[in-house]
Ligand binder design. Structure first.
Ligand code: PLP
Length: 454
């Protein structure tokens, strides 16, 4: 039921292969700012910016007009023959903002594709350098890097892999820092040392000269509910990778593009990766777009070797996509959106902890800036998760949707099977008053849900 007592209207679905075949989906007709509206006029507060995508909000006319202008000029050119002003401008602007040395950008259509391109770039580089045996990539668990086969192989999310084994055997794993489930008495003090030691054990066991790259999300997104690293973590693991000649890849698909209050999340944690991947908020959802940033020095090695990076896709560097990225970046700068995200994000984190932490069944509230996760547990003392058969987070999400609050969820992070996570990441344009409304609605929804359960 809605707040006003009327029934939420669902629509019979047609031919679309929807993700969840067990229920119908509301039909969204339009969006404005942080809100979405369905065909019956019901309003939803989009507390997860879709899938952490709608950085500049919905229905953003300034962005749409800029894309429209580019589409009238030229929507598509073959990226293996031509470049365009708009693609060059976006690459130049991103590389100016990026951590040192990242001076070349490629544009693709999704986070998964950019991750694939990143690991392929790393592997090609080792072949060019005469070390073709460096084929393995170290990824972390929990972690998420996408759903295409290589990106899925790199992802520490067992339930996504259920039907797809055997996956790529060249991926090896190491534990990722997740404070709520680290088991460490003093995570902030000992975390960096602990996880760096585990990484070193892994790479020694595998043989460092068989390893091409190490990939990590600066803030772990969907697989561990916006979990930031312990202090000093990226300094330690980067030093290890340097010592063993392993390339580092920052996956900022979820945490990049201003969400942490810095344009690049790597900056916040003193991580200077060799390759960096962006997606989601880079185009705010106005076009499919992701980016791979690499070092000029590495590109030069390839130029002098085989001649270039052996990677091509139909939509590589397509102007219809990069126009969206450039329009969004201009919007970020015009409205100083990264500083806005930093200050509203600080309020968001405070408010979430203050209001949600005391609630029953809330185990952990964590995050940085406008990216947050809430872990729900059956027992907050032992941190025992709910049995997955209860589908707690899925049912809570459905209740919140009835209240007009859209969140994202994740499951299976606690031990690969159990675990109920709520993911929050509203559009970066959200105001403090809207944050208060969001958190209060969420808190009322959680209370009511668990009252009805008991
Ligand atoms: N990397 C991270 C950190 C992500 O969160 C995601 C998606 O959620 C991806 C990669 C994959 O991006 P996409 O779904 O656009 O392929």
């Amino acid at each position: 039921m809605r707040d006003d007592g009327r029934q939420t209207v669902r629509y019979p679905q047609g031919n679309v292969l929807l993700r969840n075949l067990a229920r119908d989906f509301p039909v969204i007709t339009h969006g404005q700012g942080i809100h979405l509206f369905d065909a019956r006029g019901k309003r939803y507060l989009d507390a997860s910016a879709g899938a952490l995508v709608a950085s500049v909000g919905h229905g953003n006319r300034e962005v749409v007009d800029r894309i429209h202008e580019q589409l009238l000029r030229v929507a598509y050119v073959n990226g293996t023959h031509f470049t365009t002003e708009v693609t060059e401008a976006l690459a130049s602007r991103l590389c100016t903002l990026a951590p040192p040395g990242l001076e070349r950008a490629a544009f693709l259509g999704s986070g998964s594709e950019a991750v694939e391109a990143a690991v392929k770039f790393a592997r090609q580089l080792w072949v060019e350098r005469g070390q073709p045996q460096r084929t393995k990539v170290i990824a972390r668990v929990p972690g998420y890097h996408g759903n295409t086969l290589y990106a899925l192989s790199l992802s520490g999310r067992p339930h996504y892999k259920t039907f797809f084994g055997p996956l790529l055997s060249e991926v090896i794993t190491t534990p990722a820092p997740y404070p709520y489930r680290s088991g460490l008495e003093d995570y902030a003090r000992d975390g960096a040392e602990h996880y760096a030691r585990l990484l070193e054990e892994t790479l020694r066991r595998e043989g460092p000269d068989t390893i091409a790259a190490f990939i990590a999300e600066p803030v772990i997104g969907s697989s561990a509910g916006a979990s930031p690293p312990p202090p000093g973590y990226f300094e330690r693991v980067s030093a290890l990778c340097r010592e063993y000649g392993i390339l580092t890849i920052a996956d900022e698909v979820m945490c990049g593009c201003g969400r942490t209050g810095r344009f690049f999340a790597s900056e916040l944690f003193h991580f200077q990766p060799d390759l960096l991947v962006l997606g989601k908020g880079i185009s705010g959802g106005y076009a499919p777009l992701s980016a791979l940033l690499v070092k000029q020095a590495h590109v030069e090695e390839m130029r002098q070797g085989s001649g270039g990076f052996m990677h091509a896709q139909t939509y590589l560097q397509a102007p219809a996509m990069t126009a969206a990225g450039l329009a969004v970046l201009d919007y970020f700068e015009r409205y100083d959106l990264v500083s806005h995200a930093a200050s509203v994000g600080a309020h968001f984190q405070r408010k979430l902890r203050e209001v949600l932490s005391p609630l029953p069944f809330v185990g952990s509230v964590q995050g940085v800036g406008l990216l947050a996760g809430v872990e729900l547990v059956e027992d907050t003392h032992s941190r025992r998760p709910f049995p997955r058969t209860r589908k707690v987070v899925e049912r809570l999400l459905a209740k919140l949707l009835e209240r007009g609050l859209v969140l994202w969820s994740n499951t299976g992070h606690a031990d690969g099977v159990h675990g109920d996570l709520l993911m929050l990441g509203p559009p970066l344009i959200i105001t403090e008053a809207e944050v208060d409304e969001l958190v209060d609605t969420l808190s009322r929804g959680i209370r009511q849900f668990f009252q009805e359960e008991s």
